[in-house]
Design a protein around this ligand. Structure first.
Ligand code: EPU
Length: 427
C-alpha cells in the first residue's frame, strides 16, 4: 500500500507551475472521436484519469502517442465497435463522455455505468433527457447505458439542474446533429468554454459557451486540430490555499486569474494578501487566519471542488466558519478524517460548522476522494508531527506531480510503500 508521509508545520515558499485542467482534458480527450482524424492536444495533465481515457480510446481502435510528457497525438480514423466495457468505464466518471462523443460520431454507443468519487447519488437523468431530445433511444441493460439513433436532430433542451457533465455530454452529440440545438440553463465552468473552443477548432459551430445558453449548428464533418488545454483552476486554488494555510509566500504560475476570482475573494477575507499578474498570482499570509463563510455553487460561484481545501485551512482560524455545500448531497466524508487531527467541525447534512483550533496534531488519515485527499495534505502541513495519508490513488487521479510540486515549495513529503498492516495480519 502506498502512502504519503508529510512533515508538519512547514510554511510553503517559492513557485509552482500549474498543469492543464483535468476537467477540461477529460472532456476534450473523448471529443477527439468526433473528428475521425489526427488531433494534437497540448498541456494535457499527466494523471491517472487522462491515462485511463487513453486506454479507453485505444480499446475503441484509436492510436494514442505521447509526443512528450504533456502532449498527445490521437488518431481516431479507425474507431471500431463503440463499446466501453465495465473494467475501463469504472476507472473514472468522465468515461460517460464517450456516450455523447460516440453518439455524435457513430450514432450509437454502449458504455458501462461510470465510476468516480462518491458524493452520494450521482444521477445522469439530464444527460439522458438531452440525448432523447435528439431522437435517441436510451436504455440501461446489465449495467450498460446504450444509446442509438438513426439520425440525430437538433433540439431545444432546458436542463432542470445545472450540470457540468450533462452540458458536456449533450454538446458532444449536438455538434454532429442535423440542424440547430439550443441548450438552456447550462453549466458555465471554464472547462465548458475550453471544450467549445476545442470543438470549434475541429470545425464545429458552438456559440455562447460560458453563458446560460449555448447554441450549436450541427455540422456533417469535423477535422483534426492542434489545441492547448487551459490551466487547472482547482489545482491552482489548491496550492493557493496551501500557501495561505501554512502562512507561506508562493507564486502560482501558469494560471488564468479571471478563473480564480471566487477563490481569491474568499482567501483575501481570511487575511491572505494576493497579487494578480497576467498569468500568475502571488499569495502571502502573515496575519492569523480569519474565519469566513462559504457556499459552493456552480461557476461563477465558489467551486465545490475547493470546498474541502478551504475547510482544512479554516480548521485553524480564529473563529467560526460556516461551509455550505450547494452542489453535492454528501461531500463532507473527508471531515471524519480531519477530526482525527483535533479539528472542531460539526457536519449536519450539507452544512459544516468549523470552529478554529490553535493546534492540529498528526494522525494516520485515509483519502476519501480527490479533493478531500488534497485537503488532508494541507491539514498535514499545518499539523504538529508526521502525518501519513493512505488511499492516495484518489489524489493522483487529479494532481500531476504533486510530490515534486509540494517539495519545490519546501514541503517535506514523500511516498512510502509498505504492506497494509491489516491485510498483512489477516494474510
Ligand atoms: N445532477 C443531476 N442529474 C444529472 C447530472 C447531475 O441531478 O443528470 C446533479 C448532481 O447530482 C449534482 C449536480 O447536478 O448535485 C451537479 O453535478 P454535475 O453534473 O455538474 O457534476 P459532474 O459533471 O458529475 C463535474 C466534475 C466534478 C465537479 C462537478 C461540479 C468532472 C469529471 N467532474 O462533475 O469534479 O465537482 O462537475 O462542478 O468534470 C473533481 O474534480 O474533484 C470533481 C468531483
Amino acid at each position: 500500500m502506498e502512502r504519503y508521509l508529510i512533515k508538519g508545520l512547514s510554511n510553503l515558499q517559492g513557485e509552482v507551475t500549474i498543469s492543464g485542467a483535468k476537467n477540461a482534458a477529460v472532456a476534450i480527450i473523448p471529443a477527439t472521436i468526433l473528428a475521425r482524424g489526427r488531433c494534437i492536444i497540448e498541456n494535457v495533465p499527466n494523471i491517472s484519469d487522462t491515462a485511463a481515457l487513453f486506454k479507453i480510446l485505444e480499446s475503441l481502435g484509436a492510436s494514442v502517442k505521447m509526443l512528450d510528457r504533456n502532449t498527445v497525438e490521437i488518431d481516431t480514423s479507425d474507431i471500431g465497435e463503440p463499446v466501453v466495457p465495465h473494467d475501463l468505464a469504472r476507472m473514472l466518471r468522465a468515461s460517460y463522455y464517450f456516450l455523447g462523443a460516440l453518439l455524435g460520431s457513430c450514432r450509437r454507443a454502449s458504455v458501462s455505468m461510470p465510476g468516480g468519487c462518491d458524493f452520494g447519488v450521482r444521477p445522469i437523468d439530464q444527460h439522458i433527457k438531452g440525448f432523447e431530445a435528439f431522437g435517441t433511444n436510451v436504455s440501461v441493460d446489465y449495467g450498460m447505458i446504450n444509446v442509438s439513433a438513426e439520425r440525430l436532430t437538433g433540439a431545444h433542451i432546458y436542463f432542470d439542474v445545472v450540470s457540468v457533465g450533462a452540458t458536456i455530454n449533450v454538446m458532444l452529440a449536438a455538434v454532429r446533429a442535423k440542424g440547430v440545438t439550443v441548450l438552456e440553463n447550462v453549466a458555465k465552468e471554464p472547462h465548458i468554454v475550453d471544450l467549445a473552443n476545442f470543438l470549434n477548432s475541429m470545425g464545429a459551430d458552438v456559440r455562447g459557451a460560458g453563458t446560460d445558453v449555448i447554441k450549436i449548428h450541427g455540422v456533417d464533418i469535423m477535422h483534426g486540430s492542434t489545441y492547448s488545454i487551459i490551466p487547472d483552476q482547482i489545482e491552482a486554488g489548491t496550492y493557493m490555499v496551501a500557501a495561505a494555510a501554512t502562512g507561506g509566500d508562493v507564486l502560482v504560475k501558469n494560471v488564468i486569474p479571471k478563473h480564480l476570482e471566487s477563490i481569491i475573494e474568499k482567501l483575501e477575507r481570511t487575511g491572505a494578501e494576493i497579487t494578480e499578474y497576467d498569468d500568475s498570482v502571488r499569495i502571502i499570509r502573515k496575519k492569523p487566519i480569519e474565519p469566513v463563510n462559504i457556499k459552493t455553487m456552480p461557476h461563477p460561484g465558489f467551486p465545490t471542488d475547493m470546498q474541502a481545501q478551504m475547510t482544512a485551512m479554516l480548521m485553524m482560524s480564529t473563529g467560526t466558519s460556516i461551509i455550505t455545500e450547494g452542489v453535492w448531497d454528501n461531500r463532507f466524508r473527508y471531515v471524519d478524517e480531519l477530526l482525527r487531527m483535533g479539528a472542531n467541525i460539526k457536519v449536519d447534512g450539507k452544512v459544516a460548522v468549523v470552529q478554529g483550533v490553535q493546534e492540529l496534531t498528526a494522525a494516520p488519515l485515509k483519502a476519501t476522494d480527490l479533493r478531500g485527499g488534497a485537503a488532508m495534505i494541507i491539514a498535514a502541513l499545518m499539523a504538529k508531527g508526521d502525518t501519513q495519508i493512505s488511499d492516495i490513488y484518489h489524489i493522483e487521479r487529479g494532481y500531476e506531480n504533486i510530490l515534486e510540486k509540494f517539495r519545490g515549495l519546501g514541503a517535506q513529503i514523500e511516498k512510502i510503500s509498505e504492506p497494509d498492516p491489516v491485510s498483512a495480519q489477516s494474510a
